[in-house]
Design a binder for this molecule. Structure first.
Ligand SMILES: NC(=O)C1=CN([C@@H]2O[C@H](COP(=O)(O)OP(=O)(O)OC[C@H]3O[C@@H](n4cnc5c(N)ncnc54)[C@H](OP(=O)(O)O)[C@@H]3O)[C@@H](O)[C@H]2O)C=CC1
Ligand SMILES: O=C(O)C1=N[C@H](C(=O)O)C[C@H](O)C1
Length: 270
């Protein structure tokens, strides 16, 4: 069987470079193209060299159309605006779109839902097996414990991260809200500052730390009277996100149009 050709968009970014390295190491997939934004100094450079590998013979370009037309999938860890543009082009080309970009607004999610009527889209705020398992555990714990247990989600990331709370933190908050059978948007406290008053019962709180080179640490605390349960995940290598994205692309190849999650890819049903 021929390899699935994958285009890496945001090829010179932290995740883009990791994806190029991981795709070249993985059986069944090949780098079919590499895209950067118009005006990027990396346009015209070899994707392998930018990723710290020997030359791959794939030149980074800023024109996705002809590259998508010859590929079977796109791995996208860029920005919300870029992801929405790529969703349209991937749908036109009828190729799988794996979206790892975070910081997506409610409107961005609606646009992705619309694209998924015609395209196969896999979107997740975190592609790692560990975090997706953690989300299952958080859902179960939140279901088992009533609102006497306060739920707080804490995340820490490197100093370059531009969105908060992280996509993973929101995913874990969503899992907790589902366990509690409440609407996350109506019950979350995303920022605390000044005289905030006592904690409102039943809410889900978020706290974001930024610093250094931390790849991604997440904890969900369920704090009751005199006891606390903490469920945590620590990422020590971006390759785990890349492995998840490649697995998702292979899983999605040939499926009917729709929006899928990493839980679908991993076979987690609850
Ligand atoms: N779901 C998951 O498992 C994970 C998600 N992420 C998310 O992935 C995203 C990227 O993270 P990271 O790699 O650290 O960020 P980087 O800033 O290192 O990489 C993003 C890359 O995308 C490029 N880019 C921006 N706009 C365009 C465009 N229109 N066309 C092509 N390329 C473009 C940027 O170029 P330039 O710098 O020149 O603007 C940059 O090279 C973030 O949203 C992050 O939260 C990260 C890790 C795991
Ligand atoms: O920006 C990052 O680096 C990461 N972003 C994702 C998020 O927002 O949760 C996933 C991972 O934690 C790394």
């Amino acid at each position: 069987m021929t390899d699935m050709g994958l285009v890496i968009v945001g090829a010179a970014g932290r995740m883009g470079r990791t994806l190029i390295r991981m795709v070249t190491e993985t059986e069944g997939v090949t780098v079919a193209g590499a895209i950067e934004r118009e005006g990027s100094p990396f346009v015209g450079q070899d994707a392998g060299v930018v990723a710290g590998l020997p030359a791959l013979g794939i030149t980074i370009t800023d024109d996705p159309l002809p590259v998508f037309a010859k590929a079977q999938g796109v791995l996208d860890f860029t920005t919300p605006a870029a992801t929405l543009a790529f969703a349209e082009i991937a749908a036109q080309a009828r190729i799988v779109h794996v979206i790892g970009t975070t910081g997506l607004s409610v409107e961005d999610h609606a646009a992705i839902d619309a694209a998924a009527r015609h395209a196969v889209i896999m979107q997740s705020g975190n592609m790692s097996l560990g975090v997706n398992l953690l989300a299952q555990l958080v859902r179960q714990a939140a279901r088992a414990l009533d609102a006497d247990f306060d739920i707080e989600v804490l995340e820490m990331h490197h100093r370059h991260k531009v969105d908060a709370p992280s996509g993973t933190a929101l995913m874990l908050g969503q899992a907790a809200a589902e366990g509690r059978d409440i609407n996350l948007a109506e019950n979350s406290v995303r920022v605390r500052d000044g005289i905030t008053g006592p904690r409102e019962r039943g809410t889900i709180g978020f706290a974001s730390l930024r610093g250094g080179s931390v790849i991604g640490d997440h904890s969900v605390m369920l704090a009751g009277e005199g006891e606390m349960i903490t469920l945590s995940h620590h990422a020590s290598d971006r390759a785990l996100f890349a492995r998840g994205a490649i697995k998702a692309a292979l899983w999605a190849h040939g499926r009917k149009p729709g929006r899928y999650s990493m839980a679908d890819v991993l076979g987690f049903t609850d």
